[in-house]
Design a protein around this ligand. Structure first.
Ligand SMILES: [Zn+2]
Length: 319
């Protein structure tokens, strides 16, 4: 799973707090017991000092002493457990039965942490994007004319095909055969359909990064030139499970951003990480702006689709 590092550390923090909350009652019971029961408090002190002595003899390699201390430790532990049992105090069971709240299984993050990461991604998306307005279900084909345009294409047919393509892309994710490049004028549904894909892919538990080319690239550029050594933004663009760049062509082109665009497109192709790019520019305009070095990467790796019709925002406004 390719979530951003920031999401992973937030998820681990949340898990840690959940465990802490779950243990709070137990900890409170223990400290009350410590106050009331002098024997218990003394036992704990003894166990602490034996613990340090154990560590020292383990380092010095004095195995005879080590065995003796271990035996004492076991006895003290038995006593302690008996007191706890009599006081009916028991440690709460682990929140996650898979990792026992270690958060890792065989060196990999446990599903309990990944589930939190998924929820975080989702709430982040829904707080910043109109994801409820942009679903597959409310993608309305009625806004597209069913009459042939000047080039002989029927906008409604095209829109229906694009809706199907995007649904399949989301359903099959991450096993999709190619990335998507959506061209066409503003207001024809590119953003709507890509957001619908974003939501479905995030629901499946994948790390998604969505943003306008302007925002994504300027954030990465700012990070790069802050010379802080941080590469979080750039890493996210290169490594997230699904990257959606909206409005390619609206960013400031600097030598940094144009090499980053190439790097993003190329690296993601090499690592088989799907990408969706929306642009109001035609393929020729893309080539003029970014040179064939970049556009040649689209060929064979991106399914290129043109949205056609009349600006839906205008139609909605008129209605
Ligand atoms: Zn777990």
């Amino acid at each position: 799973m390719g979530y951003r590092n920031e999401i992973y550390s937030k998820a681990l923090g949340i898990k840690k707090n959940e465990v802490k909350t779950a243990n709070a009652i137990y900890e409170a019971e223990i400290s009350a017991l410590r106050e009331q029961n002098k024997e218990f408090a003394e036992l704990e002190r003894e166990m602490n000092s034996i613990g340090s002595a154990l560590a020292l003899s383990a380092i010095s390699g004095d195995s005879e002493k080590l065995d003796r201390l271990k035996a004492i430790c076991n006895k003290l532990n038995e006593k302690k457990n008996k007191i706890l049992k009599d006081a009916k105090i028991s440690r709460p069971s682990a929140l996650c039965k898979i990792c026992n709240d270690d958060n890792y299984v065989a060196g990999k993050l446990c599903s309990c942490v990944l589930e939190i990461a998924k929820q975080l991604t989702f709430s982040e998306l829904s707080s910043s994007l109109p994801i409820n307005d942009c679903t597959f279900e409310n993608f309305n084909l009625d806004y597209y004319s069913d009459e042939e345009d000047a080039e002989g294409f029927v906008p409604r047919k095209r829109a229906a095909a694009l809706l199907k393509l995007c649904r399949e892309f989301a359903d099959n994710f991450p096993s999709v055969s190619s990335s998507l490049l959506f061209t066409g004028e503003a207001g024809l549904g590119k953003t709507h359909l890509s957001l619908a894909v974003v939501v479905e892919v995030a629901k499946k538990g994948y790390g998604v990064v969505y943003g306008s080319a302007y925002n994504l690239l300027s954030a990465a550029e700012k990070e790069h030139f802050s010379y802080s050594g941080e590469t979080e933004k750039e890493d996210a663009l290169l490594n997230c499970d699904l990257l959606v760049i909206d409005d390619l062509g609206t960013e400031f082109l600097t030598s940094y951003t144009s090499s980053l665009i190439y790097n993003i497109i190329n690296t993601r192709i090499l690592n088989r990480k799907p990408t969706i790019i929306n642009t109001n520019l035609s393929f020729d305009e893309l080539e003029a702006r970014y040179t064939a070095r970049i556009t040649s990467r689209f060929i064979g790796n991106y399914e290129m689709k043109k949205f056609i019709g009349s600006d839906i925002r205008q139609i909605k406004a008129l209605k």
